[in-house]
Design a protein around this ligand. Structure first.
Ligand code: HEC
Length: 149
């Protein structure tokens, strides 16, 4: 009875399935091509490898959410820095890991402020949150160092 209708809905179903397949397959192909250097490591580590980037993108999305009043250290840390420093992603020294922080603390606070503001190694300037003020970044450093004491 609804012959025409059902053929139309089948067409839409096919289109939707095709889009879904593209959405699933495309990131897989991208992941493969960018991981050429790690090819020897095998595919089961793919999730681990994209973690730093995935989390970092989340952090960037979350950072500019609230404007206006300056954010305090824990807020900045949780929305920006924790992406790397909670998990150790990208080789970041983990928050609260005294052994990892001891040699860095020995550089003095000003050097650590400077690293956080200007970037160091895999850490982008201001942890990637360029919209934050120097004061907000320093407050986050204070919070991070406080966790390692
Ligand atoms: C993209 C990941 C990433 C983000 C986001 C990030 N860091 Fe880092 N951070 C690192 C890495 C990696 C290192 C180690 C750099 C090195 O020694 O080569 C590091 C090192 C540091 C250090 C030690 C620097 C030194 O001179 O030894 C401080 C302090 C620091 N981060 C603070 C912060 C603060 C504060 C934020 C948030 C505003 C932040 N980080 C966000 C990855 C990150």
């Amino acid at each position: 009875m609804a012959e025409q209708h059902s053929s139309k809905s089948i067409m839409w179903a096919v289109i939707i399935v095709a889009i879904a397949l593209i959405a699933i397959v495309f990131p897989l192909t991208v992941k493969k091509s960018t991981s050429a250097a790690d090819a020897a490591g095998g595919n089961d580590e793919a999730d681990v490898r994209i973690q730093p980037v995935a989390k970092f993108e989340l952090a960037k999305a979350a950072a500019p959410a609230a404007g206006g009043a300056p954010k305090d250290g824990p807020t900045v840390f949780n929305s920006v820095c924790g992406a790397c420093h909670n998990s150790g992603a990208a080789g970041a020294p983990k928050a609260g890991d005294k052994a990892a922080w001891a040699p860095r603390l020995a550089q003095g606070k000003d050097a650590l402020y400077k690293s956080a503001l200007a970037g160091k190694g895999a850490m982008p300037p201001k942890g990637g949150a360029a919209d934050l003020s120097d004061g907000e970044i320093k407050a986050a450093v204070d919070h991070l160092l406080g966790l390692a004491k």
